[in-house]
Design a binder for this molecule. Structure first.
Ligand SMILES: Cc1cc2nc3c(=O)[nH]c(=O)nc-3n(C[C@H](O)[C@H](O)[C@H](O)COP(=O)(O)OP(=O)(O)OC[C@H]3O[C@@H](n4cnc5c(N)ncnc54)[C@H](O)[C@@H]3O)c2cc1C
Length: 628
């Protein structure tokens, strides 16, 4: 029900007016606001399930629920096919064995090793085992995979993917749609959701402000409808958070402007932890200056790096896998070349990626998007000259902790794992811990479809369409509305864009490829300062309809909650320590960080890494030195 109440004088929230199923919140004014008599229209919606986010993960969960008859609300601040999944290029992994004698157990081995033994082996087991089924499902849904001449799905090599447990050379495992795999995936999934349109209800251009929790369980979420300025509470027994990553916390990133870690921030504000947030992946091939991605698929098709001396320097750092070593290894090698004075260009601050030795026909057929991206953003014709590249933030391995069924977990005061009732998560915002300290290329699209699917399956196994929905509880959304009103009327001296730029520069400088204690500590202090400065934020647009000033400010508040985590932990110290210790004494545990009152600091608990597999079909891989 939707109703606007007449303007009234400001009153304390305790005097909130309640009308049957309609609530009017009275404006709480920040001290410096002059016009504070506002009205907020509110509608309550009840569903069998809610999915927040309509990227690859959200849509897979959404239609998975809808096909089982669950009346599902899929809520998104963007039109579904504009979600960031659309930008994914290179491919999605599955050991289909279309090109080589491949096996999902080799994929399992590579993923455990790629994670630096900081991934949970039960979740990795599940993902790699289910991969083949999930890809053929996509094929059946009409995903336009590139094909081999015999009609089977084309697969290309990607970093860190090998045959025969690392002994059989590079594996061709990434199923590709030219270099536009994410584009093809997201449109395929969108098509499927439309097939179940009677159950799958989209709420597009709804900005979710917060989760709604009641007695420790998640019962829904609160959203602001951007095109008419109304507010909506969605109630359901199960909510899936699939709100994407937080790459925009950094200045140089391949992530879109909307990747602001909103999902992570909602969970943080419920005093729940995020896991392994210190693990940030730098993709080796961001275009110098612009940060846009050149897919690893380029090296899969034969491209390689050169330094200013014309040396193929990766031969020194990863003698076997060379340019196709895993991303962290390559990004560190590039940084070391630049630090050693071997960088290219007048500032000697980047390296070159060469592909003009590859047949231009192959480039045009397999890497058409890359040709265009390089031409626009680097002014380079890839068939004639190298692309200037530099490591850039690409993927956040940490996020909302889940088990391999997609259920959100936390740890209690005794350090024991607990599930959060009614709350699921999948995609880049989540951390099922299949990537550990380093995600292998083409394992993220796989993560989306596997864990989006499992969230839907698990909800369907444990509840039924039409189950009694949660009771509406007006108090559960008071805090979030207060925050919204404060920001809408914020009249300080610090414009959002200035504070955001400062945050992004701080992160890029203080938490980069090499994370070192002293620099991180300085960064942490700086982030704490920026959190204080946020209290002095200035909003110039006070309207409720398409107020992008306010959207960006809410996103900045969410980014700060993510940044606090990213800067808290010194992974450099344990890494340096590891080198001196025997392998069985490695520093291996999950960090569970809790943000304290948005004050710019976090507390940390730990959770053991799961070193066991789901059953005897594959044996756990014991930790070992990670060489390529
Ligand atoms: C350039 C690039 C290339 C890549 N290439 C590959 C590749 O080849 N292979 C691979 O495996 N991985 C690749 N990745 C990684 C992969 O694409 C992403 O990790 C993945 O697509 C994330 O999907 P997602 O569904 O979790 O999030 P997204 O696709 O980002 O979707 C997030 C959704 O949440 C919604 N949302 C967010 N905040 C709110 C809010 N406040 N209110 C309402 N809705 C909200 C958004 O509207 C959106 O619908 C690439 C990444 C980039 C950046």
């Amino acid at each position: 029900m939707n109703r606007l109440f007449a303007k009234r004088a400001a009153q304390p929230l305790s005097r909130m007016l309640l009308c049957s199923r309609v609530t009017s919140w009275l404006q709480v004014c920040p001290a410096r606001n002059s016009s504070c008599q506002e009205e907020y229209a509110l509608t309550d919606h009840k569903f069998d399930a809610i999915v927040i986010g309509a990227g690859g993960a959200g849509m897979r969960a959404g239609f998975g629920l809808a096909e089982k008859g669950f009346k599902t609300a899929v809520i998104s601040k963007l039109f579904p096919t504009r979600s960031h999944t659309v930008a994914a290029q290179g491919g999605v992994n599955a050991a289909l064995a279309n090109m080589d004698k491949d096996d999902w157990k080799f994929h399992f081995y590579d993923t455990v090793k790629g994670s630096d033994w900081l991934g949970d082996q039960n979740a990795i087991h599940y993902m790699c085992r289910e991969a083949e089924k999930a890809i053929y499902e996509l094929d059946m849904y009409g995903m336009p995979f590139s094909r081999r001449p015999d009609g089977r799905i084309y697969q290309r090599p990607f970093g860190g993917q090998t045959l025969d447990y690392g002994k059989g050379g590079v594996a061709r495992r990434a199923c590709a749609c030219a270099d536009r795999t994410g584009h093809a995936l997201i449109h395929t999934l969108y098509g499927q959701t439309l097939k179940y349109a009677d159950c799958c209800h989209y709420f597009v251009d709804y900005f979710v402000l917060d989760l709604i929790m009641s007695r420790g369980s998640c019962v829904g979420c609160l959203a602001w409808k951007l095109d008419d300025g109304t507010f909506h509470r969605f109630w359901a027994n199960n909510t899936v958070v699939a709100a994407g990553g937080c790459g925009r916390v950094y200045f140089s990133t391949t992530a879109g402007h909307t990747c602001t870690g909103d999902g992570n921030a909602w969970v943080s504000r419920q005093e729940l932890p995020l896991m392994d947030m210190e693990f940030v992946q730098f993709h080796p091939t961001g275009i110098y200056g612009a940060g846009c991605l050149i897919t690893e698929g380029v090296r899969g098709e034969g491209g390689f790096f050169l330094n200013s001396k014309g040396e193929r320097f990766m031969e020194r750092y990863a003698p076997q896998a060379k340019d196709l070593a895993s991303r962290d290894v390559v990004a560190r090698a590039m940084t070391m070349e630049v630090l050693a004075g071997n960088g290219c260009g007048p500032l000697q601050d980047h390296v070159h990626l060469q592909l003009h030795h590859i047949d231009p026909k192959v480039i045009r057929e397999r890497l058409p998007g890359i040709m265009v991206t390089a031409r626009i953003f680097a002014k380079v014709d890839v068939t004639k000259e190298p692309v200037p590249v530099l490591p850039t933030v690409h993927y956040i391995m940490g996020g909302i902790p889940t088990n391999y069924k997609g259920r959100v977990i936390t740890v209690d005061e005794n350090g024991c794992e607990q599930e959060v009732k009614g709350l699921y998560s999948c995609g880049e915002t989540s951390c099922a811990s299949v990537h550990g300290a380093n995600r292998l290329g083409a394992n993220s699209l796989l993560d989306l479809i596997i864990f989006g699917r499992v969230c839907a399956h698990d909800i369907a196994e444990n509840s039924c369409p039409g189950d009694k929905p949660p009771e509406v509880d007006d108090r559960a959304t008071e805090k979030s509305m207060e925050n919204f009103k404060w920001l809408r009327n914020a009249n300080g001296d610090t414009p959002t864009a200035c504070l955001r730029a400062e945050l992004q520069r701080t992160m890029t400088k203080h938490a980069a490829v090499f994370r070192e204690g002293k620099l991180l500590k300085k960064g942490l202090l700086k982030v704490a300062e920026l959190c204080q400065q946020f209290k002095d934020i200035k909003i110039t647009d006070r309207t409720l309809v398409w107020n992008t000033d306010l959207v960006e400010t809410l996103e900045l508040q969410n980014m700060l909650a993510n940044a606090t985590r990213l800067d808290e932990l010194d992974y450099g110290a344990p890494m340096a320590g590891q080198k001196k210790k025997p392998i069985d004494e490695h520093w291996r545990k999950h960090t569970m960080t809790y943000v304290l009152d948005n004050a710019g600091c976090a507390s940390v608990k730990y959770r053991p890494v799961v070193d066991t597999t789901l059953d005897d079909s594959v044996a756990p891989i014991p930790p070992a030195p990670r060489t390529y």
